[in-house]
Design a protein around this ligand. Sequence first.
Ligand SMILES: [Zn+2]
Length: 533
Amino acid sequence: MYSIIIKGGKIVDGTGNPWFYGDIGIKNGKISKIGRLHSEAEKVIDAEGCIISPGFIDMHSHSDLTPLINPYMESKVRQGVTTEVIGNCGFSAAPLNDRLREQILETSPMLKEADARLEWSSTAEYMEVIERNGVSLNLAPLVGHGTLRAFVMGYEKRRPTSMELEQMKRLLAESLEQGAFGMSTGLIYPPSCYAETEEIIELCKVVAKYGGIYSSHIRGEEHQLLDSVKEAIEIGEKAKVPVEISHHKAAGRENWGKVKETLRMIEEARGLGVEVTCDVYPYTAGSFGLDSILPPYAHEGGVKKMLEKLKDSESRRKLRNDMVKGVGKWRSVASIIGWENIMISYCKGHPEYEGKMISELAGQKSVDPFDFVFDLIIEEKSSTSVVLFSMSEDDMRRVLKSPFSMIGSDSSARAAYGILAAGKPHPRAYGTFPRVLGKYVREEKVLTLQDAIRKMTSFPAQKLGLKDRGLIKEGMWADITIFNPRKITDKATFTAPHQYPEGIKYVIINGKIVMEEGEHTKEKPGKVLRRDS
Ligand SMILES: [Zn+2]
């Protein structure tokens, strides 16, 4: 007797092999039997005409705090995602101290609106809180380097003392012992960006000891791209740690085409025994907080100090000047791609700005775009987000096709209702996985179906060291996505992003049906996964 039998579908098992016919019997949350099944089940799913795939693993997500707002993880579950890797780009939900807790709540209107309380300090406590509240899909946490640094040193722009470095190592080791999957950096974001390569290598040696990975939003994705990939590889080589280059891209027209070189560098590093891979989302725009366009020194000392600088006319002039001319190797993305390619995606106080370009908004008010941006950061206390149209379609396809890339949305889960329906977030929150399978597999044939599925399932599972997920195989956890390969389509756009994809019929997580015929069942069978070494 099975809890679920899936009948009549084509199984694409995640290995990269072509489909085969088989029924799947699920029992106790796991895939118990694959073959021709004639036994009884509480529920029989007719999957005729559909593909049965392992549930998708979102290699790069930011849903760390989302379960506190809405535990159903709607926009991810409805894409067929069953596990999200969180703690990316240098930011994680743990470890926390009072200073960090306050800053997170201060700069997140959505958490405030949800009256969320960050009632944990360690990674283990975070895992407990999330599981106690319940969550619809699985989460695999990384530890953010920025979080570690902010915990120990605040937003100081300097090297850590040896005691501070030791404290960071201790906190990191503690989190890894509690089951974190590795460490991430956000080397364009403060305070992660204040670290020199040596500091990251020292910390990554701790990660390597526990068998974790190093996931990096690298130092620069524009003119610094080649040097930044080189740095990530150097860290992998010296710390003997597996490297994952996050949301790999070349931003800014003058840098388009450089991914040819970076993919070659990855291949070469692998030839020398450094385990480097990358992830990618299928769009040509990125997204981040509006204040990330400021020079790194602007963030020194934290958000309050930054807002003070923006209010002071002298430092404001200097900021403007540095953003136009650059500081050392740093150049503002605003000067690289132009205000006409930067769209406000979330602005709590001015929803009427959402979906509009900064050049347009500043033009309407007849103000200088720099002044417009500085004033908006002050007014919104640094909580505004932007979407940046900065990449080339050719580059994105090239990375998508690379044998070393997997799929990551670079987004938190959203929902088409409630608090998470605010703003015009990057459509990747709703469309990443169906877009790869619809546009880039079915329509444009950039990838084969089995290869795309491999990049969404067994490849990330292998990278993370998840031995019991990512494949349709007896004994694995029953994380399964069933979709119609002729119909699967992303619907979210930059101007109307809160639209769920179509063509996904069932999503099963840990043996429980979480989505059925387009409806979320409101089940919360998700777990916070622990790395087993
Ligand atoms: Zn990032």
